[in-house]
Design a protein around this ligand. Structure first.
Ligand code: ZN
Length: 505
């Protein structure tokens, strides 16, 4: 049997962005879109243009700048939303309008207050309207897994007849169970077998089954999977792209689906970039991209691996981007080597950003003997928040820690006009004192909701990556910074978050 291509539809920038605390700025979204295009996904769902002017701009910018991949925008089944998607994606090389309308009884009765007939009519009308702008229209019956199967079949047939090229069956509330969901998908696939349309799935992870349900659907004939990097998304998240791709690839004997267009070696860097830009850490035991995904502790396993890797390893870690010998740069590496390395990692920096990144690289090389890929990723990513024009820069931070003495910190910041301001504050700990001193200068008083430090590289001179989440008047933002000096990195991370608050207000 010939393998069928599985369309990978990434919704990190739409559904993924909806997860609490994951909001990104436009440049960060553009960078993720660029990385997704390099990874080789077929469709990037860039946003929900009607939701906010920021979302609209972001979808437009991605449509203008990211080529070679389909850019989709989400719309409710109403003309206004469809118009907005058509407009936002008009500069895309390939565009798709993704229309959704709820079909389950619960949603019909309580949310929409509409009969089955009205839903059928509205869905078909919206799809036909979207087709006026774009040949590539996708329809999603929201809450499909709780919709009466017969009605779902009817809706599917109706929207395909109205011009939908893809019908996506979402398990919106994460209610499905693989065996059952597979049967439902088979039924839907069979119902349109005479039509030229693709059946897709979009599964949520409320019961931890998003990937399992998606794979059951692939086995049952679905030809598109909607997923996100690291499985981020509403509530418990979506199906993880890296797990779907590697399951289909590793078990091609079983799935007989083709994901050869995905450059799996980029999975790890995509995962790191998304984690860095959203502030959502990847758990250590996460399949494929978690720190421990290929770590073998047990002596028996280690012994087996040394004799033959296939004893305990079903995936070669290098196939998904874990390099055995990650190239090391150092103090004597020149600008050329630095540029080569960042390009190999998939980044593109030019002009001032590149100068700035190289300066920081040199500064880091002075205090850290070996610079690993992870260090470079952290360093380059620092440039994305910089790009948006930081209001305050950290000039100096000093803090004292002594048993029995209340900690105190002195901070110097320069504002957008280069004016240096200084403040001293004391707090419950050194970090608290630093935050308070920064607040004194900026005049924005923030509550620290979350603070974590993880080591990004190995050794005692490793980069500590500090993530903070702060709140001011109900708005929550993330800030991140990596550096060998954890105290300074904490001040930088906090300041990054404060700058975001100021810039977006
Ligand atoms: Zn969703």
């Amino acid at each position: 049997m010939k393998k069928k291509k599985l369309v990978i539809f990434d919704t990190t920038l739409r559904d993924g962005e909806q997860c609490p605390g994951a909001s990104m700025n436009k440049l960060e979204k553009l960078e993720i879109a660029r990385q997704l295009a390099l990874l080789g996904v077929d469709v990037i769902e860039a946003g929900f243009p009607v939701a906010s002017p920021g979302d609209f701009d972001s979808v437009s910018q991605i449509s203008r700048e990211i080529k070679g991949v389909t850019i989709a925008g989400l719309a409710r089944a109403v003309e206004k939303d469809i118009d907005m998607v058509a407009k936002a994606t008009e500069k895309a090389e390939f565009s798709r309008i993704h229309v959704f309308l709820a079909t389950s009884k619960t949603h019909r009765d309580f949310k929409l207050k509409k009969s089955k007939e009205e839903i059928l009519e509205q869905a078909a009308k919206a799809v036909a309207y979207a087709r006026r702008f774009c040949d590539d229209v996708e329809f999603s019956p929201e809450d499909a897994s709780r919709t009466e199967p017969e009605f779902l079949r009817q809706v599917t047939l109706e929207v395909v007849k109205a011009g939908a090229r893809t019908v996506n069956i979402p398990d919106t509330v994460g209610y499905a169970i693989p065996g059952q969901f597979g049967k439902l998908i088979r039924k839907v696939v069979d119902s349109i077998k005479n039509e030229d349309a693709v059946i897709s799935v979009h599964c949520h992870n409320d019961l931890g089954l998003a990937v399992a349900n998606s794979l059951a659907a692939v086995k049952a004939g679905a030809r598109q999977v909607e997923c996100t990097i690291n499985g981020i998304g509403e509530r418990a998240g979506n199906a993880a792209l890296e797990e779907i791709v590697m399951a289909v690839r590793t078990r091609k004997d079983f799935f007989k689906a083709d994901v050869g267009h995905i450059d799996a070696k980029r999975l790890l860097s995509c995962s790191r970039i998304v984690s860095n830009l959203t502030g959502l850490l990847v758990q250590r035991n996460k399949a494929i991209v978690g720190k421990n995904a290929f770590a073998h502790e047990s002596g028996v396993h280690q012994d087996g691996l040394l004799k033959n890797v296939s004893t305990y390893e079903i995936i070669n870690p290098t196939d998904v981007g874990w390099e055995k010998t990650n190239l090391v740069l150092g103090k004597h590496s020149g600008r050329h080597a630095f540029i080569n390395r960042i390009e190999a990692l998939g980044f593109r920096l030019d002009g001032e950003k590149l100068d700035h990144a190289f300066e920081e690289f040199k500064r880091l090389a002075d205090v850290k003997k070996e610079i690993f890929d992870d260090d470079i990723i952290s360093l380059v990513q620092g440039q994305f928040s910089e790009k948006t024009g930081l209001r305050y820069h950290l000039k100096k931070v000093k803090t004292t820690v002594e048993t029995g003495v209340r900690p105190e910190a002195t901070v110097e910041l320069s504002d957008g006009n280069g004016l240096v301001k200084k403040a001293t504050a004391s707090g419950d700990g050194p970090i608290d004192s630093i935050c308070q001193a920064i607040d004194k200068i900026t005049g924005v008083s923030c509550k620290l909701l979350d603070y974590s430090v993880v080591s990004r590289t190995s050794g005692t001179d490793a980069l500590g990556e500090v993530s903070v989440q702060i709140e001011n008047e109900g708005r929550k933002v993330w800030g991140k910074f990596a550096g060998t000096n954890v105290v300074e990195a904490s001040a930088q991370a906090y300041l990054n978050a404060v700058n975001k608050l100021i810039m977006y207000s």
